[in-house]
Design a protein around this ligand. Structure first.
Ligand code: NAD
Length: 480
């Protein structure tokens, strides 16, 4: 219904229709290849999408949560059935390996299932009242129309973890995915539409931020905005929306450390570090970008990390042999190459990689630097590519000081067998997600996810925490 060959439209008020012009969706492993073309939304389409979402809001709010959950269960089943096809498209438009893309497609289905289940959970509390014959209770009410803006690096999981709770708790949605990954967004909207979502409850606008960004985030009908992406864009949206009384949720960048103590299982430490740093080509907000290692094991750790980096096979994520796919776009590739120049300028010791990798796509070699100063730009800034900086610290306190010395606070990992160290790390790490003996990346749908410090707006996504953003609390006194 969406498709005209590989051409896709906007989804507004339950209908697929044309926009203005065409957005070409290209394969980052072979940029000459256009996978699909997508309608470009205009500010007039933004108005229509909000009008449809506003008109659908009262009916959706009154729909029983159980019925809302049934739709989410059906959409989850459709995504699970289509997971292999979605994974192939995800790899073609975003670049990550097929194995990771399959994992992400399955995760999107799991997220929808989780929030389908939440629709049958209690949605308030009964409280004792000081007054006689009074029933005092709270209820959770939807916010109204929620604007959802998502990045390209998890092109189906992140939209799912915003849209599923928004819908589960009775909101309607205007959704703008990244212009680099519109196809996964189409597949999510198709599944929800086919699962029986009423017209106007979810509206999908593909297009360019320069053309529709302001119209979307400054629209009078937007009651809330849930945004995941870069810090500058997120903060600008927040600065404009909050004074207007719009509720804003931001999930932003990270500069995530792994700390390796002398008692660590070294094979495990190397494996977790490399997975965290290089999988998804380092394009995860939770990617490992700093390894802080005790001097007594630094040589052995460095030797193994460097050997592992050199063994990684860079190439098209669709090839089963590939470990590291391309960067998502020429712009991202150039941004990472600029950081490699910065590293040269700062004088870090290049141990592996350090430049573009062979091939027509936006490939960069898995890169490792030694002797990275914690205060250097490579030690402080989010690179969002396959680049790891090695540092040393004499004890856990020093390692924690380095780990916490950045503006971000998303995730951190400690590799140790020492229970007291694990407990101290869990207490002292200034991050929203702590891992001990697991990689910095990784989040399960039933658990809250989000960052401290400048990594978020301090709300949490997923799990039971999602209700806090997507609803208001109503307090009700009934005296009879
Ligand atoms: P980005 O900020 O460039 O874009 C994010 C989204 O915002 C895209 O849909 C983009 O089109 C849109 N956008 C851009 N300018 C806009 C404007 N003026 N108005 C409205 N919308 C606008 O980020 P990106 O490059 O897509 O993603 C990478 C960033 O996302 C990294 O910083 C990464 O750390 C972060 N990220 C964070 C999390 C998290 O949960 N904390 C998860 C994934 C990615």
């Amino acid at each position: 219904m969406t498709r005209n060959g590989t051409s896709f439209g906007l989804f507004i008020d339950g209908r697929w229709r044309d926009g203005d012009g065409a957005l070409e969706n290209r394969n980052p492993a072979a940029p000459g290849e256009v996978i699909s073309t997508h309608a470009l939304a205009t500010p007039a389409d933004v108005d229509e999408a909000y009008a449809a979402a506003r008109a659908a809001a009262p009916g959706w709010r009154r729909t029983s949560p159980i019925a809302r959950g049934e739709i989410l269960y059906r959409a989850a089943a459709l995504l699970a059935e289509r997971a292999d096809a979605i994974a192939a498209e995800l790899t073609a438009e975003e670049g990550k390996t097929l194995a990771e893309a399959r994992g992400e497609a399955g995760r999107a289905a799991a997220i929808l299932r989780f929030f389908a289940g939440e629709c049958a959970q209690p949605m308030g509390d009964v409280l004792p009242s000081a007054a006689e014959r009074t029933l005092l209770y709270t209820a959770r009410e939807p916010l109204g129309v929620v604007c959802v803006i998502t990045p390209w690096n998890f092109p189906i999981a992140i939209p799912a973890w915003k849209i599923a709770p928004a819908l589960a708790y009775g909101n309607t949605v205007v959704f703008k995915p990244s212009d680099l990954t519109p196809l996964c967004a189409i597949r999510l909207a198709e599944a929800l539409g086919e699962a029986g979502l009423p017209a106007g409850v979810l509206n999908l606008l593909t297009g360019m931020p320069g053309q529709i960004g302001d119209a979307l985030t400054s629209h009078a009908e937007a009651d809330a905005i849930s945004f995941t992406g870069s810090n500058p864009v997120g903060r600008a949206i927040q600065a404009a929306a909050v004074p207007r009384g719009v509720k804003v949720q931001l999930e932003l960048g990270g500069k995530n450390p792994v700390i390796v103590l002398p008692d660590a299982d070294l094979d495990l430490a190397v494996d977790l570090t490399m997975r965290g740093a290089m999988w998804s080509t380092g394009q995860k907000c939770t990617a490992t970008s700093r390894a802080i290692v005790h001097p007594s094991i630094a040589d052995a750790f460095t030797e193994r990390v460097v050997a592992a980096a050199r063994e990684l096979r860079v190439g098209d994520g669709a090839a089963e042999r590939t470990n590291v796919g391309p960067l998502v776009s020429e712009r991202q590739r150039d941004r990472v190459l600029e950081y490699l120049d910065v590293a040269r300028g700062e004088g870090h010791e290049l141990l592996a990689g350090g430049g573009p990798a062979d091939g027509d796509g936006w490939f960069v070699e898995p890169t490792v630097y030694g002797g990275v100063g914690p205060d250097s730009r490579i030690g402080q800034e989010e690179i969002f590519g396959p680049v790891l900086g090695l540092m040393t610290a004499g004890d856990l306190d020093e390692a924690l000081r380095i780990a916490n010395s950045v503006e971000f606070g998303l995730s951190a990992s400690l590799i140790t067998r020492d229970l007291a160290a694990a407990l101290a790390f869990a207490r002292e790490a200034e991050v929203g997600v702590v891992h001990v003996n697991s990689e910095t990346a990784g989040a399960e749908p039933q658990a809250p996810f989000g960052g401290m410090k400048r990594s978020s707006s301090h709300s949490r996504e997923q799990g039971k925490s999602a209700v806090d953003f997507f609803t208001d609390t109503k307090t009700i006194y009934i005296t009879g």
